[in-house]
Design a protein around this ligand. Sequence first.
Ligand code: PTJ
Length: 246
Amino acid sequence: MDIPPMHPRYKSLRERYLLVQGLRDGIVAEAGLIAHGRGEAFDYLLGEETTPEAVKAVKAATAMLLLSENPVISVNGNTTALASKEIVELSRILNAKLEVNLFHRTREREEKIQEILLNNGAGRVYGVGENASEKIPGIDSKRGKIDPKGIQSSDVVFVPLEDGDRTEALIAMGKKVIAVDLNPLSRTAQKATVTIVDNITRAIPKLMETATGYRETEQGKLSEMVKEFNNKKNLKQIIEKMRAGI
Ligand code: PTJ
């Protein structure tokens, strides 16, 4: 990428570059570029900064993930292009499994994403090939394919960056869902247990920092933090901020 770091839109241009490169490398789906454009528009409305509401959601999400017995991080093409190193590091801090879950699922993309995660230090990657042998009830798309040793047996699923019917279906399976979505109006954002309305390039490092800080926090305190968090209220406040132009 030949954009100088001093360029006022450097961060945004770098993210676009990573996605275009990810598309060329067969990691990002074509629709991933469109999804990113939608995200950018919402990020603009947030002032491209992590809001206090997002920080609140990150704290509740971290507490929930630390309390979880079997947390799984669901990884798609955009997440891999934008934050593969960070997502592997987060899984290590949280002791969470990594599972490839794609809407535009092909064996080639699954394997390429698996390879990138392994190259970044992941111990094992779930949901690749025949390992995604189970289905989320009610989801007919390929996004419904899950690994019995991964998402199917999890209690908390972390879904950065997607919009669809999967969140609702996972909740119907009895799981808690943590979403990262810049669009607070999306179905995923509205249905998740905890929604972090922030760019994943900011949200993942914030989760890493918070999880490291909470490692010694006692379980009772973490449970209180989860109980006190009100996702609907938090989303309402973010939507109001966006309407008011922050
Ligand atoms: O890799 P695949 O095959 O699983 O496909 C991934 C995409 C993203 C193409 C697929 O899940 C999809 O079509 O997603 P949607 O329905 O376009 O939803 C993507 C959501 O993510 C939208 O609500 C965007 O606003 C949001 N979004 C986009 N970029 C970011 C983001 N949220 C956080 N950080 C971003 N960088």
